[in-house]
Each structure stands twice: as structure tokens, then as C-alpha cells.
Design a protein around this ligand. Structure first.
Ligand SMILES: Nc1ncnc2c1ncn2[C@@H]1O[C@H](COP(=O)(O)OP(=O)(O)OP(=O)(O)O)[C@@H](O)[C@H]1O
Ligand SMILES: [Mg+2]
Length: 280
């Protein structure tokens, strides 16, 4: 399973990606947590200690990926080294055995754009799916829709669009879902986060439905969870019994069931794939 996590700035992408990664790992999956945000903080959210954080190095293009010509004439980037070697050299193995890599990063002040990194992430995630099909790979993304317009997330099979119940976050949701459909991502779901009331939840649900999408999980606003970040702690370590963690755990169970359903070619009405759903 290759899961991309996207949404407007600050909606909770990294918190959800990190918590999901560890909860999948606790269910026995081999989990790869990839940070696709050039302002990376997934490793910290996973609870990797500061000394190990300091040793994380952005995965370079050179020596790790190579450009290949596609049958249609285009080019794409592919892994040239065993994934385990890449983790050993540039990454870290975090709590619950989650393998973590920082995939993108700025080149420096005034040093230009990082467009090439988008193609690298796309190729890396796609190849991971091919060489380690039973792994769960979670890609945290930046607060931008560039990873959709550039097709960075094209190689995920599940895209979670995190939304908060306020208008501008919903506007972003309204832009992301049609782009995800255009990319042909097989399953795109909405995750409602920081939900404080039934009204919050139904607002996100109705908005998602108008886009032909489905809310796969509703995570409550949780002051304790917010406090964990104030103390620079992972939410799972700081407040393991919190309602937010319980909701993310339920999300992981739902994704596991959806995957089993997909594999058995069964159809679960509440979780029917939403690819190419018509938008209104
Ligand atoms: N359910 C929740 N309840 C309360 N606070 C939350 C919840 N989810 C996330 N937060 C808090 O919201 C803040 C932003 O979360 P996070 O960094 O995960 O968002 P993000 O979408 O990854 O942000 P960015 O766009 O900058 O990457 C953090 O302080 C986090 O602790
Ligand atoms: Mg983030």
C-alpha cells in the first residue's frame, strides 16, 4: 500500500502520517515513512530522538536514482540501489521500526527551485511498490498542490486529503480531489481533522460528497494532541490513549480492510474506489 497524505497547510498531515505509520507497524507491517515536504518534520513527529534526527540526510539523486527512457519517449527516475542500503546510508529506523527517509529539501536561500525532487519522489515511491509490494509506504507532502500539478503523488495507490472544517481548507480539498482523479489515483479519501462538533463533521462530509468523494475518518480536535507538539513530542508517545490517536487507529483499520477488500476484488460500498469520480 502506498499512501500519500495531502491537504492545506497546518491541517494535520504530518501528525496523521506519522501516527498512521507507527500504528501500521504495530500491526506487523513493514513501514516506510517518506517525508516529501522540503520543510521536513515527519521524523520529529514520528518521535525519532534529536541525535538521530541530526543524522538524517536528504536522499540525493546522484548514486540513488537514474533516468530511464519510457517506451513512449518520456523519461522517469528509478532506484538503482537496494532500498535497505538507502535507509542505512541516509535514513533512520524510528520507533516501532518505521524506516524514515527525508526525500526533499531546499537547496538554500536564493538557490533556485527543487522541481527535480518531485520526479525523484514519484519514481522512488513507484519503485518501492514494485520491489516491496507488501510494505506500507506513507508519503507526507508539503502544503501545496504542486505535488498534484507535477504528478509527484501519481505513484501512490491511496491519497488521503486532510481537511479542517473551515472554508479555505475545504477550498483546497475542492482543488485536490479533481486533480487526484485526473492523475488516476485509484483511491482518494477525505480525512476530517480537528473536528469539534457534529456540524464540523457534517460540513466536511457534505463538501466531500459534492466532490464525489468520501470521508474515510473523522479525527476529533484534541487539545492533548496539540500539547504534544508544543512539547516537541510524538502524539503517539505523549497521549497514546487520546481520542485523536483512537480515531487514527480506526483509520488504519479501515485502510487495512479496504486493502483486503481490494485484494479479494470484493466491493465494500462505503469504501468504493473514488478514482475518476465525477465532480460537481
Ligand atoms: N486532531 C488534532 N487536534 C488538535 N491538534 C492537532 C490535531 N491534529 C494536528 N494537530 C496540531 O496541528 C498542528 C499542525 O499539525 P501538522 O504539523 O501535522 O500539520 P501539517 O498539515 O503537516 O502542516 P504543514 O502544512 O505545515 O506541513 C500541530 O501543532 C499538531 O499538533
Ligand atoms: Mg506537515
Amino acid at each position: 500500500m502506498r499512501i500519500g497524505v495531502t491537504g492545506k497547510g497546518g491541517v494535520g498531515k504530518t501528525t496523521i502520517a506519522a501516527t498512521m505509520a507507527r500504528l501500521f507497524a504495530r500491526r506487523g507491517y513493514a513501514v516506510n515513512a517518506l517525508d516529501g515536504d522540503p520543510n521536513p518534520n515527519l521524523a520529529a513527529a514520528l518521535g525519532i530522538p534529536p541525535d538521530a534526527l541530526a543524522r538524517l540526510v536528504r536522499v540525493p539523486h546522484e548514486g540513488v536514482m537514474e533516468e530511464r527512457t519510457e517506451p513512449g519517449g518520456g523519461t522517469s527516475l528509478h532506484l538503482t540501489r537496494p532500498f535497505e542500503e538507502v535507509v542505512d546510508e541516509f535514513g533512520a529506523v524510528g520507533p516501532d521500526g518505521v524506516r524514515t527517509l527525508t526525500m526533499t529539501g531546499l537547496l538554500g536561500a536564493g538557490k533556485g527551485c527543487i522541481c527535480g525532487q518531485h520526479g525523484m519522489v514519484r519514481g522512488f515511491v513507484g519503485d518501492l511498490g514494485a520491489v516491496r509490494p507488501d510494505d506500507v509506504t506513507i508519503l507526507d507532502t508539503e502544503a501545496s498542490i504542486e505535488h498534484l500539478s507535477r504528478g509527484t503523488v501519481r505513484t501512490v495507490d491511496t491519497l488521503l486529503v486532510v481537511a479542517e472544517p473551515y472554508f479555505r481548507a475545504l477550498q483546497t480539498l475542492g482543488r485536490i480531489v479533481p486533480l487526484a482523479n485526473e492523475l488516476g489515483i485509484s483511491q482518494t479519501y477525505v480525512v476530517a481533522n480537528k473536528v469539534r462538533s457534529d456540524w464540523d463533521e457534517s460540513t466536511i462530509r457534505e463538501y466531500a460528497e459534492r466532490l464525489g468523494s468520501t470521508v474515510i475518518a473523522s479525527i476529533p480536535y484534541d487539545e492533548e494532541a496539540a500539547d504534544a507538539d508544543r512539547r516537541a513530542e510524538s502524539m503517539l508517545d505523549a497521549v497514546p490513549d487520546s481520542p485523536a490517536v483512537a480515531a487514527i487507529d480506526e483509520l488504519v483499520s479501515t485502510l487495512v480492510q479496504a486493502r483486503r477488500g481490494t485484494r479479494a476484488a470484493a466491493t465494500a460500498p462505503a469504501l468504493a474506489p473514488l478514482a475518476n469520480a465525477q465532480t460537481t
